[in-house]
Ligand binder design. Sequence first.
Ligand code: ZN
Length: 318
Amino acid sequence: MAFFLAAIFALLASSAVGQPVVRTADPAKRGLKESDFPRTIKVADNVYTYEDFHAGPEKFTTTNMFVVTDEGVLVADGQGSPEETKRLVEAIATVTPKPIKYVVICSDHGDHTGGNLAFPQGVKYFIHPLSKAALDQQAERAQAPNASGRGSARRWTLPIEAELVFAQKPLMLGTEPIQILFLGRAHTGGDLSVYLPRQKILFMSETFLNRVFPAMRSAYPSDWLKALDRAEAINADLYIPGHGFTESGPVSKEELRAYHKALAAVIAEATRLHKAGVPVEEAVKQAKWGEYGSWTLASSQGPIAIRRVYDELDGKLK
Ligand SMILES: [Zn+2]
C-alpha cells in the first residue's frame, strides 16, 4: 500500500523521470496537451481528483474530488456545464459501479455548479447557508419575467432536501469517515472543504487556487487569510485546489503556502495603495504584483482584487 501510494506520488511529482513539475496552472508550461484533459488522477486507494478545463481563452483546470466507498460515491464540486459534469459522472463510472450518493457544493459559483443537472436524480447535496442563499437568488433572477430564459426549461435548482452545513458535518459513507468543513469565508463566502481523516486529504475547492491569481469578485479578503491558516493547521498530507493542478502531497503543501503568501501580498499591495490615498481607478493601474503578475488570470483578476480589498477597507463588506 505504502509502495503503491509512493509510486503514484512519484508519477504525479514528475513529468518525466527525475524532472520536477513546473509550478504553474498553465497546462502548456506544465508540458501537457489539450487532449490530456479531462483526466482522472488517483491520489489514494479510493480517492480521485478530476480535472477539466475552465471555460475561457486562458487555459487552466477546474478540479473536483471524488471518494469511492462500498456504499457509494461522494463528489466534491462539479464542473461548469451539464456536458462537462456528465463527463465527470462518466469518469466516475469507469472507476466504480457504485452510485453517486452525495455531492458537496464547496463553491457555489457557476463554474462548479453550472453542470449539476447532470448529477443523478436523488443525490443528496450539502451546502453552506450563504451558498444556498446565493443559488436561491440566482434561481429567482432566472425566473423573473424579464430574464433571458436561456436554458430555463432544463435549469438545475438546489433540491429543498439539501442539507445545510454551518460549521462542520461528520459523515460515514460505508466505512469511510468524511468531514465537511466550513473554514471561514474565503472566495465565495459559503466555502466548504472536505477532509478525509484516514488519508489526511483536504479538498479545498476555491479556498485554494493553485498558481491562479487570487480571484476576489465575491471574496472576503481578510477572512480568506484566516481560512488558509485553519487549512494549514489541519496539517493534511495532501491539499487539493479547486482550480489548478493536483499535486503530490509535499508539493501541495508548498503550493498552499505559496498561495497563502500570494493572497497576503495582493491584499498588502491594495492596502498600501489605499493607505496612500490613491483613488481606486488609479490604484488598478498602479498596482505592482511582482512574481504574481505572471500567475494565471493576473491581468483580469488584479483590478477585481484591488476593488474588493478597497471595499473591505472602506467597510463595504459585511
Ligand atoms: Zn471557480
